[in-house]
Every structure is written in structure tokens, then in C-alpha cells.
Design a protein around this ligand. Structure first.
Ligand code: TTP
Ligand code: MG
Length: 348
């Protein structure tokens, strides 16, 4: 089945945080990085806000060049501790929208949202995610959505700043073809130069080259370029808890509060997870119940045992207790339920 992948990247991350912390800088060109020392400074630009970018200032540019391009800009040293704290808060928000999350950097992540039924729902989720980051952190982000990581990332790059762009499978060709070769991840300046020499400038041009030609030019990387130019990317969203836990989720056909249906489904999840635990000779210490409500709000409840276990009766009893709490505490309709066991120990 086709996947739905979401890529999120904060806009001008360090600079935007500095603007938030120092509102009097709003509307001015702002550069975060090394001290320009009146044009004599060494070191580089970490990032610049979008106003400063209009002067040609961007990440990794020597700070002395940035100073020459716009001497009146506000130049600030980076406050990494602050950015890390903000990043952690943002990831806490993102996590609530999908348990399959891969963090790429402080301000960038992929989440797998294939549990949604269609792109309309994906758009809704993306809007909520953006809105929650604005509400809780007063920061704008950009989201790209597509059938794989490559397309999701390229979509968000295209939509920056404060954007949301969805590229469905049927739109990939039209979206990719006009892009510059260097827009394609994996094509750096050197690869691009070799391609330009043979009059290849756009992704559409790349498609004129047969696979063997690309392999001849770039080795294994050539094959990847061939695939990417066609929007093909088979890589997974590498959730860090994938191996450390066993989990299953189920999205109901229709949001529900029918206890019979909910518990019947839950029993099924328990049975599947238990089977997987036994098959892998795992014992677990923590179990987590996940409940997503009709408005996508996702909550988890967890219980950690003193000793690890693989006992079905314990799993059933304790996880159902947690699920029951959700139902009692919250009157909203339920969209998805999930169960995960973690703190796994291999015991034969
Ligand atoms: P990016 O997401 O690449 O850039 P950005 O968030 O500033 O701008 P946008 O996404 O809107 O294009 O990087 C995130 C942060 O990482 C950035 O704010 C600063 C830091 N960074 C560096 O310190 N050096 C670099 O060369 C890059 C690219 C980023
Ligand atoms: Mg960013």
C-alpha cells in the first residue's frame, strides 16, 4: 500500500528563535553566527532570517562576506543551549502526531502518517501540527507531504517559509522535472558540475540519461540518482524505537466510543504483540497504550514493571486498565488505539 510521509522543517530556525526572544529585532535583517568584527571576523553564518537572505546571506557563508553584503544587519552569536531546549519541545509536539518519527537535525524530522486514509486527512494533520507549534512555541515551520521521504523533503523545501505542500504520486513528474539537478539530495556541487558539462541542468534532463550511463559516471550513487530523478525512494522513516519496542496500532473505520468494538480490537492488538514477543524471545518491562482522539490529539499511558515479563495475562490485565482510563477520562470519540511494549530483554 502507498505510504504517506510528512517532512517538517522549522523556518530559519536559530534566527527565528532569536527574533522571538528579542522582539525589537522583528523586521530587521538578522544573522546568527560568528562575530563579524566589523568585517574582519572569521567563521561563518549559522543561519539568517528571510529578510537577511534577500541580501544574499545564507548558512555557511563567511561572516565577513555577510557583513559586507549587509553591514546594518543584526549579528548575534548562537545560543545552542536555547536552541536545543526549543528543539526538544518541538519534538514533543511532533511525537504526538505519529509514533514513527525520524529526527534528522534539531529542526527537521520525518513522520510516517500512513495510518491516515488519504491526503485530505494528511493536510488536516499538517495544519494542526503547524498550528500547535505556533501556539506553544510561537515559531513557524514548513511541511511537505508525499508518498516517500524524498518527495516530502523536496515539497517542504519548495514551500518555505511557513508553507504546506502536498505532492501526490500523480503529481511527482510535473513537480520534479523543472527542479535544478542540485535540488536533488545526493547531487552536490561536484556531481552537478560533471552533469552540467554534458548539458544536464534539470531533473528532466537527468531522465534522458540511461541508468548504465549514470552508473558509469557516479558508481552506486548513479543508480540512486536514476531512481530519485523519477521520484523513487524506498527508504523507511527510521524511528529510533523501532527495534527497542514492539508496537501495533489500529485506526478505526469510523471514530468510535463503542466499548465492545474498542476492546475487541484491543484484544487483537494484544494477541498480535504477544505473538511477536514470543517469536522473538522478548520479555518486556514497559507497556504503553496509545490513544488518538477524533481531533488527532494523541495521548499515551504507560506502566513499567519491576521485573520483565512475557506473560499474556499480565499484558492483558495491565494494558486494559490503561485503556479503560482513557475511555473514562475523556469523552471524545476515539480514532486510533495502539499498544507498545518496550524495555525489551532477550530471554530464551
Ligand atoms: P536549516 O533547516 O538548514 O536552515 P534554517 O532552519 O535556518 O532555514 P530554512 O529551513 O528555513 O531554510 O538548518 C537548521 C539550523 O541549523 C539553522 O537555523 C542553523 C543551523 N545550521 C548551521 O548552524 N549551519 C549550517 O550550515 C546549516 C545549514 C544550518
Ligand atoms: Mg530549517
Amino acid at each position: 500500500m502507498e505510504k504517506i510521509i510528512l517532512h517538517i522543517d522549522m523556518d530559519a530556525f536559530f534566527a527565528q528563535i532569536e527574533e522571538r526572544e528579542n522582539p525589537h529585532f522583528k523586521g530587521m535583517p538578522l544573522v546568527v553566527g560568528a562575530d563579524p568584527k566589523g568585517g574582519k571576523g572569521r567563521g561563518v553564518v549559522a543561519t539568517a532570517n528571510y529578510i537577511a537572505r534577500k541580501y544574499g546571506i545564507h548558512s555557511a557563508l563567511p561572516i565577513s562576506r555577510a557583513y559586507r553584503l549587509c553591514p546594518k544587519a543584526v549579528f548575534l552569536p548562537p545560543d545552542h543551549q536555547l536552541y536545543k531546549r526549543v528543539s526538544a519541545s518541538i519534538f514533543k509536539i511532533i511525537e504526538k502526531f505519529s509514533s514513527t518519527l525520524e529526527s534528522v537535525s534539531l529542526d527537521e524530522a520525518y513522520i510516517d502518517i500512513s495510518f491516515l486514509k488519504n491526503y485530505k486527512e494528511a493536510k488536516e494533520l499538517a495544519k494542526k501540527l503547524k498550528a500547535e507549534i505556533i501556539k506553544k512555541q510561537k515559531l513557524t515551520s514548513t511541511i511537505g507531504i508525499g508518498p516517500n521521504k524524498l518527495i516530502a523533503k523536496l515539497a517542504s523545501e519548495k514551500a518555505k517559509p511557513d508553507g504546506l505542500l502536498i505532492i501526490k504520486s500523480s503529481q511527482i513528474r510535473k513537480f520534479l522535472e523543472p527542479l535544478d539537478i542540485q535540488d536533488l539530495p545526493g547531487i552536490g556541487p561536484k556531481t552537478a558540475q560533471k552533469l552540467r558539462v554534458i548539458d544536464i541542468y534539470t531533473i528532466k534532463d537527468i531522465k534522458k540519461l540511461v541508468k548504465s550511463k549514470l552508473i558509469e559516471m557516479f558508481g552506486v550513487a548513479g543508480e540512486k540518482i536514476y531512481e530519485k530523478a523519477r521520484g523513487i525512494d524506498k527508504s523507511f522513516v527510521k524511528s529510533y524505537d523501532v527495534i527497542k519496542s514492539v508496537g501495533k496500532e489500529y485506526t478505526f473505520e469510523k471514530d468510535t466510543r463503542d466499548p465492545e468494538l474498542i476492546f475487541k480490537t484491543f484484544n487483537e492488538l494484544i494477541r498480535k504483540i504477544h505473538k511477536e514477543i514470543l517469536r522473538n524471545d522478548f520479555h518486556f518491562r514497559t507497556l504503553t497504550v496509545i490513544c488518538r482522539f477524533q481531533d488527532f490529539e494523541t495521548h499515551t499511558k504507560a506502566k513499567t514493571f519491576k521485573n520483565s515479563t512475557n506473560n499474556l495475562i499480565v499484558l492483558k490485565k495491565e494494558s486494559k486498565k490503561l485503556l479503560l482510563k482513557f475511555i473514562v477520562e475523556n469523552p471524545k470519540l476515539i480514532r486510533l488505539i495502539g499498544l507498545r511494549v518496550s524495555g525489551l530483554i532477550y530471554k530464551k
